[in-house]
Ligand binder design. Structure first.
Ligand code: NAD
Length: 538
């Protein structure tokens, strides 16, 4: 539940919200102060070596209490253009630094992030709404990917290829691209930029970040930490520019010919527009879009692990992870027992202020998301689904001021995956359940939706495991066994297939997308033969 004093101070803050001098709740101001974010005036929301912003005002609203946390001055079109120019110039400096030197800067950024880890994690919790341990975990993910990129800075190797011609050799050489545009979603307001920035920076690129318009403070706090390290090292801040703003700012980055690579994380609908726009100018994209992830529980699964994993997957982050579990396929033999145990966990969920230790369920990020949740529940009801638990807003006591909804388990009246109920990502804690008899049927259902991000099979049978991860198995980018759909480590490449966009970020070979590759044939002989023995002699 929310602390009493949170509301007392918030009432005052609301009254003064539109004035430039504000009185924030103690809860909010202590977090913003710890991150050097002004609490008394409007906050400059763009950085390219200098902090400013004369575009539209963005309001950062706490999803837990409705308190206006800040009024942020976004980037105007002219400022955006300036940021792109400055980032292009900054890239000319960065590309001359040897990669291991860039790694040393990343090490310093990693240290600076680690120092502010708890404060930044608390800000994620305050502004986005996820519980504090997840907010801190998100910053830890940025720290981890910095570590990874420090190592990578000494291993971004090309290749030496055997030439068919005597006295020749062929090299495959990676070089930086220039400026990378990073557009991010509200639900991971720190980590997604971290994944992109770390690899892109290690590869020698400058970056322009366009965060979600509803989480500008997280972006400002991260940019301040990075900018401080760059400036201390005498490097241009525009190596990591920030342009807060809405759709128009996003479109301008996407359509800029000065941005060879756009890394976009967000919904399928916007990703489709972004993908086409960048393709039409022959730019490169990394698309990380919506997920619609399933867990399949076989009768031989260890339910003492599977039930809590499904609970976390479906209810964690209030169902607002791209990897959240949205579909649960239960083998008929264990379905009643599984649902019983799962409902007991749902009944025990502690809902309230995500900043309070012990809270498991925070709010949805916006009021609009509450409407989307309610419409989805309504559609389930109209279609004859059985709602086992949930289905309502929480509107008692302090929860009424925030966007709190009950985690919901539904059994739709048909498990037919062509039904829109199964094929659409609703970004809220709604878990739809289907009952199957054969693994093959469950795999077919798993694969029948447009999205292809994450999936998870629970079994002790190695034959099921082999089928699941092989050519007849799951078609998603993340294919887990006895591990839930939600949450991933940075070491493997992260991303999804089909309408999730085919993008890969973070570990694995993801870094290879942030460079331009050249095949260089070098002749160190005294003859100039043509390939394939072609004779063009006169
Ligand atoms: P969104 O698509 O509404 O917004 C994402 C970003 O795009 C924001 O910065 C937004 O301002 C910008 N934008 C909006 N219209 C634009 C346009 N026409 N051109 C350019 N930019 C534009 O997404 P959201 O609601 O912030 O995030 C939730 C979605 O993100 C979910 O679908 C979730 O699954 C997905 N997501 C995917 C991953 C992944 O790795 N696959 C990770 C996190 C979130």
């Amino acid at each position: 539940m929310l602390p009493r004093n949170a509301f007392a101070s918030i009432r005052g803050a609301r009254a003064g919200a539109s004035a430039s001098a504000r009185s924030l709740s103690t809860r909010a101001s202590s977090i913003l102060n710890a991150l050097d974010i002004p609490t008394t005036s409007e906050v400059p929301g763009m950085y390219d070596g200098q902090w400013r912003g004369s575009g539209d005002i963005l309001e950062s609203v706490c999803p837990t209490t409705g308190e206006v946390l800040a009024r942020v001055q976004s980037a105007s079109p002219r400022e955006l253009h300036e940021a792109l120019e400055k980032s292009s110039e900054a890239h000319l400096v960065l590309r001359k630094l040897p990669a291991p030197k860039r790694g040393e800067l990343l090490r310093q950024i990693r240290e600076a992030l680690a120092v502010k880890r708890d404060a930044l994690g608390a800000l994620v919790s305050l502004e986005m709404g996820k519980i504090k341990t997840e907010g801190i975990g998100e910053v830890q993910e940025f720290v981890d990917i910095c570590d990874y990129a420090v190592g990578l800075s000494r291993m971004m190797n090309g290749r030496v290829v055997a030439s068919e011609r005597p006295g020749h050799t062929i090299l495959e050489v990676p070089n930086p691209l220039g400026v990378v545009g990073v557009l991010t979603a509200f639900n991971f307001p720190v980590a997604v930029y971290g994944w992109n920035f770390s690899l892109s920076f290690a590869a020698g690129n400058a970056n322009v970040w366009k965060p979600s318009p509803s989480t500008p403070l997280c972006a400002i706090a991260v940019t301040k930490i990075i900018a401080d390290v760059l400036e201390r090292n005498g490097l241009p801040g525009a190596i990591s520019s920030l342009v807060t703003g809405g759709k128009d700012v996003g479109e301008a980055v996407v359509n800029s010919a000065d941005v060879p690579l756009v890394s976009f994380t967000g919904s399928e609908a916007v990703g489709r527009v972004v993908g086409k726009a960048v393709q039409s100018r022959f730019g490169k994209t990394i698309l990380e879009l919506g997920g619609n992830n399933a867990s399949i529980i076989m009768p031989d699964a260890d339910l003492s692990m599977a039930v809590p994993a499904v609970f976390f997957g479906a209810v964690g982050t209030a169902g607002q992870r791209c990897t959240s579990t949205r579909r649960l396929y239960l083998h008929r033999d264990i379905a009643p027992h599984f649902l019983d145990a799962l409902q007991k966990l749902y009944a025990s969920v502690r809902v309230g202020d995500p900043l309070v230790t012990g809270t498991l369920l925070g709010p949805l990020h916006t009021r609009a998301a509450v409407g989307i949740y309610s419409n989805a529940v309504q559609r389930l009801r109209e279609n004859g689904a059985q709602i086992l638990t949930g289905g309502q807003r929480y509107d008692e006591g302090g929860l009424r001021q925030g966007n709190f909804v009950q985690p919901t388990i539904a059994i739709p009246n048909s498990a037919e995956p062509t039904d829109a109920i199964w094929g659409t990502e609703t970004f809220a804690p709604i878990l739809n359940v289907g009952i199957f008899d054969e693994l093959e049927q469950a795999i077919a259902w798993n694969n029948a939706v447009p999205q292809g991000l994450s999936s998870s099979l629970w079994t002790r049978d190695i034959r099921h495991l082999g089928k699941w991860i092989g050519p007849e198995g799951s078609d998603t980018g993340i294919v887990n066994v006895n591990v839930g759909t939600s949450g991933a480590e940075i070491g493997a490449a992260f991303g999804g297939n089909k309408s999730t966009g085919w993008g890969r970020e973070s570990g694995g070979d993801a870094w290879k997308q942030y460079v331009r590759w050249s095949a260089c044939t070098i002749n160190f002989s005294d003859a100039a033969p043509l390939a394939q023995g072609v004779d063009f002699s006169t």
